[in-house]
Design a protein around this ligand. Structure first.
Ligand SMILES: [Zn+2]
Length: 309
């Protein structure tokens, strides 16, 4: 079976942004870039991104020069890079609003959870908003040093946090947690499962976090054995997807099962089943909903469905 890589049109990737890491250490240059009339700002409020909804969702990139004071007063402002040559920043402005009402930032715009609109955004925009969301979430969760408990301070354009305790002085870097997600198959059928929290009827691939001291392939083998009791071989990398919900990198794999008897882990899954290609193509009639179009799980299923045999 020819199971290729799934690397095209991965939602939340492909912005084309130049991260321009060399600029992060140059504070004076970053300040000048923030005041540049071409500079843009992605605002975030309570973990939500600003979009215009009417006519299909669009990401809102505000003129940064007009918001200099707001950027300075925000919880956090980070330099994302150069987007089409123009400086791009992201600010967590949660602290600039009172109560639970977001600040008004333009008619027809609203702050939404990125997952609600991600699949319908232009892919470049979805990727930018995902980057802003992931980085600002990390800041919000690392305001205090995990080593000593003292406050941390943002440095290098928002890509490092340093402990304010001089004797500690620990540097902290943005976290991305690796998670494996795998389509298990036996050539003729693939294994899909559902967690109790899934929407009714939805089945997806198995997935789990990589643990300290194991390779990605070992994580795939372990997770499939733990969750479904199935041994797998031929673990093949298929592609990856940034998944800032809140801080994962999904690493996609195909794996071939050497036995088919399912033993569910009832703490993780409420059902798992083997589905043929014919059944998958007819899944809606069978009352089975495939994973959402913005997920690499869906791409893995489609890749297997369309594989040349
Ligand atoms: Zn510390």
């Amino acid at each position: 079976m020819n199971l290729g890589l799934v690397t095209q049109d991965i939602v939340y990737s492909g912005s084309g942004l130049e991260r321009a890491a060399a600029l992060r250490r140059d504070g004076a240059r970053l300040a000048a870039l923030a005041g540049d009339e071409t500079a843009r700002l992605i605002p975030m409020w309570r973990g939500k991104n600003l979009v215009a909804i009417e006519g299909g969702p669009r990401a809102i990139l505000l003129p940064a020069a007009a918001l200099r004071e707001a950027m300075a007063a925000a919880n956090e402002t980070s330099f994302l890079g150069l987007f089409d040559g123009a400086p791009l920043f992201a600010s967590d402005i949660t602290n600039l609003s009172e109560g639970r009402q977001p600040p008004a930032l333009g008619e027809g715009t609203q702050f939404v959870n990125l997952r609600e609109v991600g699949p319908n955004l232009a892919s470049r925009e979805a990727s930018l908003l995902a980057y802003a969301r992931g980085l600002l979430h990390w800041h919000s969760q690392h305001r205090f040093c995990p080593a000593c408990g003292q406050p941390t301070q943002s440095e290098e354009g928002g890509h490092v946090r340093r402990c304010s305790d001089k004797s500690c002085n620990t540097l902290h870097f943005p976290r991305t947690d690796p998670a494996v997600i795998m389509l298990v198959h036996d050539g003729e059928r693939c294994l899909l499962a559902r967690q109790p929290r899934f929407p009714a009827g939805m089945y997806s691939t198995l997935a789990g976090f990589v643990e300290p001291g194991e390779t990605l392939e070992e994580a795939v083998i372990r997770e499939v054995a733990e969750e479904a009791g199935i041994p797998v071989v031929e673990v093949r990398y298929a592609g990856s997807q940034p998944w800032p919900f809140p801080a994962s990198l999904m690493l996609g794999f195909y794996a071939r099962a050497t036995a088919s008897a399912i033993t569910l882990d009832p703490h993780e899954l409420e059902d798992a089943r083997w589905l043929s290609r014919t059944e998958l193509r007819d899944s809606e009639r069978l009352g089975i909903h495939l994973p959402r179009g913005d997920s690499i799980a869906r791409r893995l299923v489609e890749g297997w469905l369309n594989a040349r045999i």
